[in-house]
Design a protein around this ligand. Structure first.
Ligand code: ATP
Ligand code: AMP
Ligand code: MG
Length: 205
């Protein structure tokens, strides 16, 4: 039998700049409003913390440029720490939301964000694919001066990565029988995608 966590687990993914982190702040505020217990874990935050402790990077957009075996160590550490945090904070009526990627564009090629080791640790019920038109994503990247997404910063590169992200989502889902749930992050209305994700959460148990 496929194992599940006591709490519902949803992994929210999408190409850099599509708006995952933004949409998830709205999911969090909806769950706060209804009094649902949740843990919102940004996978990159966990990787960044470990990477900084090891003196490997100073900014999150440098992580995907590290040697691949270093990224693998950070990825495995992040998955383990997120699971430990969620298990210590959530009961069976809670929700774990993980903000991450099904594929990461590294200098060594397209690399799975949710390989076997990671999905076996997190045991997602569903993998959400946040999407938008490539032109819209590029304009969001350009407006966001807090990040350096130049390595994925053209319509062609975003479209290619979106295609890889869909393939990678289904491949990861197959390993642990998760559903794959595409949702559009509409320009000017991130709350609409958040509401769809909250509806999804209700249908998983
Ligand atoms: P990364 O994977 O690099 O962390 P992300 O998917 O988490 O990226 P965000 O940081 O949430 O992306 O959003 C990127 C930019 O797009 C931000 O400036 C954010 O304010 C903006 N944005 C997000 N959603 C929308 C939306 N629905 N309409 C307009 N702007 C948006
Ligand atoms: P983010 O803020 O979501 O872009 O995360 C910061 C960085 O962390 C990403 O650009 C990746 O280098 C790394 N990262 C996040 N999630 C994963 C993952 N599941 N696997 C590998 N690297 C990841
Ligand atoms: Mg983000």
């Amino acid at each position: 039998m496929v194992e599940r966590n006591p709490f519902v687990t949803v992994i929210v993914t999408g190409v850099p700049g599509v708006g995952k982190t933004t949409v998830l702040t709205h999911v969090a505020s909806i769950l706060d409003g209804e009094g649902t217990a949740y843990v919102l874990a940004n996978f990159g935050d966990y990787m960044l913390k470990v990477a900084k402790e090891l003196g490997l990077v100073s900014h999150r957009d440098e992580i995907r440029k590290l040697p691949l075996r270093k990224q693998l160590e950070l990825q495995e550490a992040a998955a383990r720490l997120i699971r430990e945090d969620a298990l210590s904070k959530l009961g069976s009526d809670g929700v774990l939301l993980v903000d991450t990627h099904t594929v990461v564009k590294t200098v060594t090629g397209f690399w799975p964000g949710l390989p076997r080791g990671v999905v076996l640790e997190l045991k997602p019920d569903a993998i959400v694919l946040v999407e938008a038109a490539p032109e819209v994503i590029v304009s969001r990247q350009e407006r966001d001066k807090t990040r350096d997404r130049r390595d994925i910063g053209s319509v062609e590169k975003v479209a290619e990565l979106m295609q890889m992200a869909r393939i990678a989502a289904m491949a990861s889902a197959t390993l642990v029988s998760s559903s794959v749930f595409p949702v559009e992050n509409i320009e000017g209305n991130p709350r609409a995608a958040a509401e769809k994700i909250v509806e999804l959460v209700k249908m998983l148990r």
